[in-house]
Design a protein around this ligand. Structure first.
Ligand code: MSP
Length: 521
């Protein structure tokens, strides 16, 4: 068991009725890389992901397919959502489904607690609802329909007609939390990140909060309101609570105490739920608010937010089948500034795979191990006197390790990879400059040749450790090739920049290309 500080991190729970696409995969691998980083650094880490299985959207999709909603979600979760985690090499600690009893029972308990505390009341409601968003839409997100939807009000995100709903509902007194939330954003400036997301949330809350309708009576695919069985709990209230029910809220106080509060990573489309409604719900229940909410941007394909319903959806396997899971992880986490939108294109993915992975990192690994085999019978030579150039590499490795850790603390995997990549670039330059193949021709230069190859191999050792949260598969192969005893994921990450860990005399094995040439259709 780890003794480090607690680091509990979550992905949103996904609607299983959409097939997983690269947008879902993006959030998931970002959270997995952050979790792996902290786990390997010795923090008491817990990574949660899961599926959001109630609500009208699911009910309709099931009906359209002629099965019960439970059969529908069971099928999708087993056939599509569990496999996604294997496709992307995700090391989650738990997977929560909102139809599990451990969740449903605790949600009822939580909502009952808010009711008993006087934060829930019955009222009348009439408003435009988007089933795609599972949300009553604010004025700003309602637009006039065009084409087939001429004359109708449509959702700005889904471009589909909104439905006018009129019901008796239970309401949560969200409006009472305006000042407390503003105080939270002020005293914890990092509660919402990045800055642009924080500003959006602050101005939204400043403009005034309305009470939130938290129950529905028009359909029954949801968790029953404990004191009124004719209503089910609003799917977003149900869904947000997964973060607490999964770590023992109401059942396992020791586990809850150890894990909670969490960091939530979400797409910017669902920021308000996480940065406004969720902390208010927790405040009302007398629980700690999350440690922070990080909103990342959208993946754009052909300039549009990628989505299944707009037919721009790309399945993660389309990428991993050709390039592998490491390349998927590396590409999305390095090519897009975390927090901003980023465009996906096959050309860009292919170009980066070739330049950075195959020619940059992969080639460095192959040629270094090959030269140790060729010139030193596969045994890591000792380093002798070092030069300024050698010390420069040592400094770059130390700085990269510190810089990457600081970037991961800021939830910036892209900046962490950029810091680590300074090692790849510097070592490739170092090898070209020192030309070991020329040194090898002169027996008098043998000590110097040893130093150069030791420096390259020790740099690779640091790279294997630092890149393992991002590319678990390739770094594991490299680790084995470098002859290391012990598991790569046990290497203390925050000490990866220390020099001289690789012991001269270690046997090195040749390595098949880490990133082989790909044939694209
Ligand atoms: N079920 C809710 C979340 C409940 S959390 C308590 C939901 N699910 S979702 O399946 O629609 O997707 C949620 C997340 O998928 C988004 O927040 C985002 O993280 C990710 N993405 C979906 N489409 C995306 C892009 N085009 N680009 C980037 N991320 C995307 O909302």
């Amino acid at each position: 068991m780890s003794t480090g500080q607690s680091f509990y991190i979550t992905t949103p729970i996904y609607y299983p009725s959409d097939l997983p696409h690269i947008g879902h995969g993006y959030t998931t691998v970002a959270v997995d890389a952050l979790a792996r980083w902290h786990r390997q650094a010795g923090d008491d880490t817990w990574m949660l992901t899961g599926t959001d299985e109630h609500g009208q959207k699911m009910l309709r999709a099931a009906a359209a397919n002629g099965v019960t909603p439970q059969e529908w979600v069971d099928r999708l979760v087993t056939e599509s959502w569990f496999p996604l985690l294997r496709t992307l090499d995700v090391a989650n600690d738990d997977f929560i489904r909102t139809t599990q009893p451990r969740h449903e029972e605790r949600v009822q308990e939580f909502v009952k607690a808010l009711y008993d505390r006087g934060y829930i009341y019955a009222g009348e409601y009439e408003a435009l609802y988007c089933v795609g968003c599972e949300e009553f839409k604010p004025e700003a997100e309602i637009v006039d329909g065009t084409g087939a939807f001429e004359g109708l009000k449509v959702c700005a995100i889904h471009s589909k007609p909104l439905e006018l709903l009129q019901e008796k509902n239970y309401f949560f007194k969200l409006s009472e939390f305006q000042d407390k939330l503003l105080e939270l954003y002020k005293t914890e400036p990092d509660f919402v990140r990045p800055e642009s997301a924080r500003n959006e949330v602050v101005s939204f809350v400043r403009s005034g909060l309305k009470d939130l309708s938290i129950s529905r009576s028009a359909f029954d695919w949801g968790i029953t309101v404990p004191w009124d069985p004719s209503h089910v709990i609003y799917v977003w209230v149900d869904a947000l609570l997964n973060y607490a029910t999964a770590v023992g809220y109401g059942t396992d106080p020791a586990q809850f105490e150890r894990r909670w509060p969490a960091y939530h990573v979400v797409g910017k489309d669902i920021l308000r739920f996480h940065a406004v409604i969720w902390p208010a719900m927790l405040m009302a229940a007398g629980l700690d608010v999350p440690r922070g909410v990080f909103a990342h941007g959208w993946l754009l394909v052909g300039g549009e937010k990628m989505s299944k319903s707009k037919l721009t959806g790309i399945a993660p396997t389309e990428i991993t089948d050709v390039f592998g899971s490491d390349a998927y992880r590396f590409y999305f986490l390095s090519a897009i500034a975390f927090g901003q939108d980023g465009s996906f294109s096959w050309e860009d993915l292919s170009a980066r795979y070739q330049a950075e992975l195959a020619n940059g990192f992969g080639n460095l690994a192959s040629r270094t191990t090959a030269m140790i085999e060729k010139y030193f019978e596969g045994v890591v030579p000792p380093a002798s006197e070092d030069t300024d150039g050698d010390r420069e590499i040592q400094r770059i490795v130390a700085d990269a390790a510190t810089g990457a850790d600081a970037a991961m603390e800021r939830f910036r995997p892209d900046e962490a990879i950029a810091a680590i990549w300074t090692i790849v670039d510097a070592l490739n330059g170092y090898i070209t400059e020192n030309a070991p193949w020329a040194l090898a021709k002169d027996p008098a230069q043998r000590p110097r040749l040893g130093t150069v190859l030791y420096t390259a191999a020790e740099g690779l050792r640091a790279l294997a450790v630092l890149l393992s949260p991002f590319m678990p598969e390739a770094t594991q192969k490299l680790w084995i090739a470098l002859g290391h005893a012990g598991r790569l994921q046990d290497q203390p990450l925050r000490e990866a920049g220390a020099w001289g860990v690789l012991v001269p005399g270690t046997s090195v094995n040749g390595i098949a290309p880490l990133f082989p040439r790909v044939e694209q259709a």
